[in-house]
Design a protein. Structure first.
Length: 231
């Protein structure tokens, strides 16, 4: 499995190396729908509030699916490398990151590219931040922050130790991120100062995913970061 997204109505979508997307009923564990159309590993999924699902794959395309019918209703092209990350923006645009070293913002109504953010090596992770900003991680060992209104890069964090493969903003401000290469750690950064504030170690393989989960822990730590890794 190469991508995962929680959907409404108790469903979960998973992307696979066989180029297919499977929808699962979490209550029963049954596969309820199979979406076919990509020609490469499905590497990113992002649900939309209107009952559609977007998917990205290493075939360099983004596809839009109607979850009610299972039909593919649109295809976005333009990236010159595999898609690695998708993020739905508050204004309805879709951000996509790719190994082609770009982040592209697309209008899902027309399918047109409306902005392009450049500066990274291969882009591997995206995360929406408060204040109209987007965070991106890359194989070039940096995290960059972008102003979505202007498309300008507003900050850069140097993350020596390997490519950044996962990003997760925390509710109280810091940004968590994971590495793939030499340094197998989760790190927390204060976005206001650019300082590292914590480091979590223990994984035996490169980190591939991070997710925030509510817990019963008393403040000041009401949330925990859960991570996935390859060993």
């Amino acid at each position: 499995m190469t991508a995962l997204a929680v959907l409404p109505d108790g469903l979960t979508a998973s992307g696979w190396e066989d180029s297919k997307i499977r929808l699962w009923d979490l209550a029963t564990g049954a596969e309820v729908t199979l979406l076919k159309g990509h020609s490469g590993w499905v590497t990113a999924l992002a649900p939309l509030p209107d009952g559609h699902l977007t998917s990205g794959a290493d075939d360099s395309t983004i596809r839009l699916w109607d979850l009610a019918t299972g039909a593919e209703v649109a295809q976005l092209e333009g990236h010159a490398g595999g898609i690695t990350a998708l993020a739905l923006l508050p204004d309805g645009r879709l951000a996509s990151g790719s190994y082609d070293k770009t982040i592209r913002l697309s209008d899902l109504t027309t399918g047109a590219e409306v902005a392009r953010l450049e500066g990274h090596g291969g882009v591997t992770a995206l995360a929406l931040l408060p204040g109209g900003r987007l965070a991106s991680g890359s194989l070039d060992s940096t995290i960059r922050l972008w102003d979505l209104a202007t498309g300008a890069e507003v900050a850069q964090l140097e993350c020596l130790g390997g490519g950044v493969t996962a990003l997760a903003p925390l509710p109280d401000g810091p940004l968590a991120f994971g590495f793939w290469n030499r340094t197998i750690t989760i790190r927390l950064w204060d976005l206001a100062t650019g300082a590292e504030v914590a480091r979590l170690e223990g994984h035996g393989g490169g980190l591939t995913a991070l997710a925030l989960c509510p817990t019963a822990v008393s403040p000041p730590a009401p949330w925990t970061a859960r991570s996935g890794c390859g060993t």
